[in-house]
Design a protein around this ligand. Structure first.
Ligand SMILES: [Zn+2]
Length: 135
């Protein structure tokens, strides 16, 4: 369920000195970087709630692919309400959402929105975006 990505040690740059992960815990989106570098012996843990810093997020997207949350348009109003409770979505952004593809992000981010959508009685599925669908 929880897959991590090897990233460079923040101290010495050793390419596999740290790992980055993202998961959904008790309905909250969390990310972490765990450093245990065999080269410089730096050990640290960093984590946060919500979306990770952009550089980390890009690595997660490259590693795990982009995922889409597919929601039938009949749930549009309920879904937008749920989404607004999770992330800041302006009216303009909300109006650009092309159902059934209602949200996209990393696997954990889509699972996070799916968790809350399901709790709100919305039927939705998470799908990994294929290369042909990304253009
Ligand atoms: Zn290091």
């Amino acid at each position: 369920m929880n897959r991590c990505v090897e990233i460079a040690c923040p101290i010495c740059g050793n390419l596999d000195g740290a790992s980055l992960g993202q998961s959904v815990i008790f309905g909250k989106l969390r990310w972490y970087v765990s450093t245990n570098c065999p080269r410089c012996r730096h050990v640290s843990e960093e984590d946060g709630v919500g979306f990770p810093p952009q550089t980390h997020r890009e690595k997660l997207l490259v590693s795990g692919g982009t995922w889409n949350l597919v929601v039938d348009v009949q749930f549009r109003v309920a879904f937008l309400k749920t989404l607004r409770e999770l992330v800041s979505v302006s009216f303009a952004e909300a109006s650009k959402i092309k159902f059934p593809k209602a949200f996209s992000g990393t696997k954990a981010e889509v699972e996070w929105v799916l968790y809350h959508a399901t709790a709100a009685g919305i039927s939705a599925i998470a799908e990994q975006q294929t290369d042909s669908g990304s253009k």
